[in-house]
Design a protein around this ligand. Structure first.
Ligand code: GLY
Length: 592
């Protein structure tokens, strides 16, 4: 008996291996590991093992080592998952200036095991008061690029208001606001080495001529006239000053005073319409999570103004009706999955928008009966053509850059948060004195019915521009519970690919029973109705892709791993936490 505690400890720490759902990784995952980690390391100089962490207490998975570490210190200091989320949000905004930051917005889903309640905080950007429906059309009615880059692309940022609210309302009270903000000011001032993802974002922005067009961004991204390269040090001392002001004054440090003046001056100088009244009237919103049962699991995900949760549930419902076999690479499965994605995105184009302005048929789109009805239109033998797939009729059933992190603390609190400034470096417009990259979230509206946005997504009336309206998102922070207990927390960046990346990983875990690491590492496929293409990452067996082509799918094989970047935490039956970050963008999981 005297060895019993040691035996228990051994069982706990090796529990991961004992409780793995599948003993061996599927061949597709092995192929990914061989190709992405050729000499045992990937382009981030990391091993496959480094993307997974196991711990007994709290766990964080985010898209950056420094950001994960800053949040981990908060948990260790007695802060809860919400405190850690606040610190992480500021840190990841510094570390991934191409993805997110205080010039943008996001969504935060919190689940509390003690009350079995989920809360959804919408801190997304809103259209400025002077926004008009046709503001991005030229005289001949064609869509211009003004929703993409520059002052007119900027919507009212919501992130700082949301983080301040989350801290006040759901923080533990054991750590101060300054403790959560100041480590990020230090990160911005000291700087850090540019990783392959940031290097590629800078290269793309420079090649596109955007650094020449926006000197304020060039000062940060090409400080000596030459775009920063892999390994160069990126610093943003002005952002450090801004964060210190926010640490001192809370959300007023952003929405009032010198920081606000600097933002408004930058936007105005570049032809934008954001005004102090937009900053003053920015309103957070609490939303009801989209909720669905999938076998023994409860899915809690992001409702409108995101399309994410609605379509993840719609696709899970269709899959539950259609997909029986569990062979991860079978042609039959992926044919059905492609048809399911096609139908969900057709619905997205018509029915999804800001629910304060447009009645989104959430209950219909997420009803099992509607999914069964849609599933009937799928031919198991042949691919449909997207031109023939109209958005469905849910009413009768009524009831590229972004980031995500997942946190579970030691007291039954989980946070899933996806945040963004939209495309690479947002509007590429930097408010110079405050060092803030401003968002181009206005591009997530439908500038003209049927015209694709930066992600190739089309929309219509539901997502037309109006003052104060929230642009439609695809962000899908999601929490899965089992008998009221936290089971899985996940989400992804990736524009339109967010929804399918989260769905791919969810289905890999819940249906294919892959381990979380394999579920994240496995290659993905994506279909978004228009363009009518099934996009496949490298790593699939040739026979699978050939079989899909024979069924009539136009399969586009990507050269790289470009479908999302899922950061996730799983809570095992014994309470141990497993964090997995996605090698696609060099994420980092850590716990204690
Ligand atoms: N800006 C990306 C999204 O919200 O979906």
């Amino acid at each position: 008996m005297k060895y019993f505690p040691a035996l228990l400890a051994l069982l706990f720490f090796s529990g991961c291996h004992l409780f793995h759902r599948v003993p061996n990784s599927p061949p597709a995952v092995e192929r990914v590991i061989r190709s992405q980690f050729p000499e045992g390391k990937d382009e981030f100089n990391r091993t496959p093992e480094s993307y997974e962490a196991r711990a007994a207490h709290g766990m964080i998975s985010s898209e950056g080592v420094p950001a994960t570490n800053i949040a981990l210190e908060v948990l260790k200091a007695g802060g809860n998952a919400v405190d850690a989320a606040v610190a992480l949000s500021f840190a990841i905004g510094v570390y991934r200036p191409h993805s997110t930051g205080i010039g943008g917005g996001g969504f935060l889903v919190v689940y509390d095991e003690r009350s079995s309640k989920a809360e959804v905080l919408d801190m997304r950007e809103r259209a400025p008061a002077r926004a008009t429906r046709d503001m991005y059309l030229d005289k001949s009615g064609e869509v211009t690029e003004k929703s993409r880059w520059g002052g007119l692309a900027v919507a009212t940022p919501g992130l700082v208001a949301g983080l301040w609210e989350a801290f006040q309302k759901r923080g533990s009270g054991k750590v101060s606001w300054k403790q959560l903000v100041l480590p990020s000011a230090k990160l911005a001032r000291d700087g850090f080495a540019v990783d392959p993802d940031l290097a590629e974002a800078i290269r793309w922005t420079s090649d596109k001529g955007l650094l020449e067009r926006f000197p304020s961004a060039k000062k940060l991204l090409a400080p000596n006239g030459k775009p920063l390269q892999l390994g160069d040090i990126y610093k943003n001392p002005n952002l450090a000053k801004t964060l210190e002001t926010i640490a001192e004054n809370g959300k007023d440090g952003f929405y009032k005073g010198w920081v606000a003046k600097d933002i408004l001056a930058a936007v105005k100088k570049d032809g934008g319409i954001l005004e102090q009244r937009d900053l003053d009237s920015y309103a957070l919103r609490y939303r009801e999570p989209v909720k669905a049962e999938f076998g023994e699991y409860t899915i809690l995900s992001m409702p409108p103004p995101s399309s994410g949760g609605v379509h993840i549930v719609e696709m899970l419902n269709m899959a539950e009706d259609l997909i029986r076999d569990t062979d991860f690479e079978s042609v039959a499965n992926w044919h059905l999955k492609a048809e399911i994605m096609r139908r969900a995105f057709a619905d997205r184009s018509k029915y999804l928008g800001d629910p304060s302005f447009f009645k989104v048929p959430v209950a219909g789109l997420t009803s099992e009966e509607y999914a069964r009805h849609l599933a009937k239109s799928i031919d198991r033998a042949r691919a449909s053509k997207s031109v023939e797939v109209e958005p469905g009729q849910p009413a009768p059933y009524e009831k590229v850059h972004t980031t995500h992190f997942s946190i579970v603390d030691n007291n039954g609190l989980a946070v899933a948060s996806t945040q963004t400034i939209n495309y690479l470096f947002g509007a590429v417009l930097v408010a110079e004195e405050s060092g803030i990259f401003l968002n181009d979230e206005m591009d997530d509206f439908s500038a003209k019915p049927g015209a694709p946005n930066l992600f190739g997504l089309v929309g219509g009336e539901a997502n037309a521009i109006a003052p104060g309206k929230t642009p439609l998102s695809s962000m899908s922070p999601t929490i899965v519970t089992k008998a009221g207990k936290i089971y899985l927390v996940l989400g992804s960046p990736g524009g339109s690919k967010i929804i399918t990346s989260v769905w791919n990983v969810l289905f890999n875990v819940l249906h294919h029973k892959l381990s979380l690491r394999d579920a994240v590492f496995a290659p993905r496929m994506h279909h978004q109705w228009l363009p009518d293409k099934l996009v496949a990452e490298p790593g699939w067996e040739g026979a699978t892709l050939q079989g899909l082509r024979e069924k009539g799918h136009d399969v586009e094989e990507l050269k790289g791993f470009a479908l999302g970047s899922v950061t996730a935490v799983e809570v095992e039956a014994n309470g141990g936490k497993v964090g997995v970050a996605d090698p696609r963008r060099g994420g980092a999981a850590a716990g204690y």
